[in-house]
Design a protein around this ligand. Sequence first.
Ligand code: GDP
Length: 721
Amino acid sequence: MEIKIALAGNPNSGKTTLFNILTGSNQYVGNWPGVTVEKKEGKYRQDKDVTICDLPGIYSLSPYTLEEVVARDYLVNERPDAILNIVDGTNLERNLYLTTQLNELGIPVVIAINMMDVVEKNGDKINIEKLSEEIGCPIVEISALKGTGIDEAASAAIKAAKSGRKIPEYIFSGALEHTIAHIEEAAVHSMPEDEQRWYAIKIFERDKKVIGDLKLDKSVLDHIEQDIIKIEKSFDDDSESIIVNERYNYITGIVAKCYKRRHEGRLTVSDRIDSIVTNRILALPVFAFAMFLIYYISIGSVGNWTVEFMNDTLFGEWIIPAVTGLLTGWGVQDWLVSLVADGIVGGVGAVLGFVPQMLILFLLLSLLEDCGYMARVAFIMDRIFRKFGLSGKSFIPMLVATGCGVPGIMASRTIEQDRDRKMTVMTTGFIPCGAKMPIVGMIAGALFSGSALIAVSAYFFGVGAVIVTGIMLKKTKLFAGNPAPFVMELPAYHAPVAANIFRTTWERGWSFIKRAGTVILAASIVIWVLNSITFDSGIHFITEDSHGTSILEYIGNAVAWLFVPLGFGNWQSAVATVLGLMAKEQVVGTFGTLSSMASADLAAQGNAAMYSVIADEFFGGSGLAGFSFMIFNLLCAPCIAAMGAIRREMNNWRWTVGTIAYMCVFAYSVSLIIYQLGCWFTGAGNVPGTIFALAVLGVMLYMILRKNKYAGRTVRPGEVK
Ligand code: GDP
């Protein structure tokens, strides 16, 4: 008799190792029909009538990833004679989550608990008989690596295959089981009894694919929907999450009875750290404090010192005097000296001045990432984001974006749900990337004596913009619906690996330096030229005895009026903002060149002199205007490279233009509110501006607070296109 056995298990559970031993060299490797996921099949080396099919490694049978779809299509449509479920014994809880789903299929399941060598080495004990009885299927202990228990597992699977189908057991709480029984009765009554439960649960989860395949009557579906809504109300959760929770409750109960750790009750170091950093109340303050510390060190204290060193000593005392000395020594013309000293060194130097600060920031961020803390933050954020209908998965692209927005936006690819992915692409650009940090450092240094609070506020304004956008968009039809459940493993903390940290820090820093030598260099020259020539009374260079309004000033003024309500309606800020779209560092580069050109020899006078020109001449000494400028530049359209990434990920021009327009309007609104309302505290409040700001604030508050018409409606992937 031909027997087909499917090998199923989580990624990294040892499936490949087991499959290779079971099949020896009788393997066939190909692709699953229609997709590029690897398909492996082979004959059991002890019995050629038995074919073993290796399914892709999966955590669940949901319809969200290709691997899951492939695995579940095979199980549901081909219905193998038995499933050999390989379970990592060192991680029972997570692995049994899949087991509960395999058990629902009505196909006999045999569990092979793998990694028993490790379990034993740890001194832990699994009560196999009890576990087998509780979970309702035979269990064999194996070690795929050591080759123990393999043939016992295969024999058990063959025996189970011969014993035939099996009706799945009830594992959920009473009310839920009642509803599922009801769905079985109403929708899948005509199916073989052993297959009904899986379909009923999928209908309960509103699984689009299953419901579509079943072609149920609308009246039946409406009737079932009433039942589901009733249960959702009483559990105060959506149907899919209810099932997830019930599965975990069931498993936790079983594992507590059957698994004895040697150090029962003794928490590992990781557990103890997690009890604080992922604590419901402490998690956010701890995260805020960690970010504060990072920005305090990188931008505030040590960072400030490095900027002063770079600008005062390196550029001010060494490079600029040397370069100008050299050029004058060669007898070159004054204008060329100015181009090099003010234009190039002023612009590129201002940007490079922030390199050490950025390296420190990147170093600290990669430290937190490498030791495992950032994974916890995604988990903490999931709790918060979920309230607003976003998934914690969206936080991972944002984490990447603290380095650079481009890979950040690309990282959103891992989000399966179309609307969640779009929303993540729309919001990732709000997070202050490395190139925006010099803007923050410059404003903090020029107007707030280097306060770390300004830098921290930049980060939290970014995260706030993401959350506010999430809340507003979730209440629109386009984005309505609950996020897919987010399951992630929290790896144990470990000491950071120096090589990893230095590599990521260097990669991020180096791309910044490269841009300074190319884009910023070119832009600085263009700025210098445009700011040195005037059309007034015939085109000519501006010199000490031939004044005039530079071309750049004309161009800047043509745009500057737009920013008057935001407090920085001067031509220099307008030029800097527009050029910032090329690369965000260029905002600082522009200020560097312009301030250097504003007074003779300024570049050589160092950091404090440059800051005072920026503060007094560009922002009229108003910290509020500077802050509003900073926030606008952080939140408005990202640089050209990031816009390209948005275009690629959205794959649609309307969405791309919509995203950029949204970011600009949002940035404008926030800066307007900050500046106009802030003016009342500095004694400069004006009535028309305040009315304008209050109107905008009113609209935003309405969009945030209005009732969500679409609450509770779960949208499946692919529904919003
Ligand atoms: P798959 O991703 O499920 O196919 O897992 P692999 O077969 O690639 O195994 C993942 C890792 O676990 C590999 O490094 C294996 O060597 C290791 N591994 C597999 N089985 C065992 C086992 O029984 N004991 C130990 N200690 N390691 C194992």
